[in-house]
Design a protein around this ligand. Structure first.
Ligand code: UTP
Length: 306
């Protein structure tokens, strides 16, 4: 099973990040020195994805500009001996192939996935929800692809969440536990009440799906009254004889789709990055009260060298 294409749905309204998202795609929000979307594409390349199908809307032009060649900027940076400041971006642009597809109205994640149907053939493909940045030894999508090959079925990434949080996620119902981290799924429930949740395993933003998902989404869209949910599509796909597995991916997941999660991601990732960790550690150690955040000329504040 070759998985070389991935869909990145990025056409949502991003209401939890208003007013910022009024004029700027939340996928371009900086996490350390890179926009969030770059972490997603890097994970894709590390998982052998060659073709990224970005689902966008009219407000998301900055994403396409970011992954485009920039001859004038390159020329000026070269002249000033500063081309290295673009980091790995040049390599990414050379390696990855991007297709941008407009979703004219935000009719749900399932609907966004359907927008790429004409490019996916009879193959398995990856899905990245760009709100989730997952760091770890092995790329999260690569872990799912390995399971998809082994089990010959679709795979969704899951994470254990506290019972009081199940109502924020799609939750899996387990048909069979295969290993401590791998489960066969019987169905999915979107944002259940705590008492109705079939497990505490929450769907997070990585999937490897069969092309059968498109017919399944067709089925449910004929009676959907509101948004078309991908979780409902996956449950329906099982009725089309597709086995679905859930895998507890190994790594740290940061949900950057809301301001608190984004702040946690920046602090967590900075503390694991040798460039930033010493500065952030000493800065955090120095914060003992709200007063210490106010300007105090006797306190020594470190800055990264330019
Ligand atoms: P969310 O449900 O998190 O919505 O979508 P959102 O618009 O990004 O953010 P909030 O909730 O309003 O703050 C999950 C993913 O699906 C994409 C989003 O861009 C996000 O990556 N999506 C959602 C679409 O591409 N189209 C849609 O119609 C809905």
């Amino acid at each position: 099973m070759d998985v070389t294409k991935a869909i990145i749905p990025a056409a949502g309204l991003g209401t939890r990040f208003l007013p910022l998202t009024k004029a700027m795609p939340k996928e371009m929000i900086p996490v350390l020195n890179k926009p969030a979307i770059q972490y997603i594409v890097e994970e894709g390349l590390a998982s052998n994805i060659k073709h990224f199908l970005m689902i966008t809307s009219s407000k998301k032009q900055a994403i396409a500009d970011y992954f485009d060649a920039s001859p004038c900027l390159d020329y000026l940076l070269k002249e000033r001996n500063k081309l290295h400041l673009l980091g790995d971006l040049e390599k990414i642009i050379k390696k990855a192939h991007f297709t941008y597809i407009r979703q004219s109205s935000p009719l749900g994640l399932g609907h966004a996935i359907m927008m790429a149907r004409h490019i996916i053939e009879k193959e398995y493909f990856g899905v990245f929800l760009p709100d989730d940045i997952i760091t770890g030894k092995q790329a999260a999508l690569a872990q799912l692809i390995r399971i998809a090959r082994q089990e010959k079925g679709s795979v969704i990434a899951v994470q254990e969440v506290p019972p009081e949080c199940v109502s924020s996620y799609g939750i899996i119902a387990i048909k069979k536990q295969i290993t401590p981290n791998l489960f066969q799924v019987s169905h999915l429930v979107e944002k259940p009440n705590q008492k109705d949740a079939p497990s505490n395993l929450a769907v997070i933003g990585r999937y490897v799906l069969s092309h059968k998902i498109f017919n399944a989404l067709d089925d449910i869209s004929s009676y959907a009254t509101d948004e078309i949910q991908l979780t409902d599509g996956i449950t329906q796909m099982m009725k089309h004889n597709e086995k679905v597995f859930a895998f507890k991916v190994q790594g740290t997941r940061y949900d950057i789709g809301n301001p608190i999660g984004w702040l946690k991601a920046i602090i967590g990732m900075a503390l694991h990055d040798p460039t930033y960790a010493p500065y952030i550690k000493s800065y955090l150690a120095d914060i003992d009260s709200f007063d210490s955040l106010l300007y105090n000329k006797t306190k020594h504040i470190n800055h990264l060298n330019k």
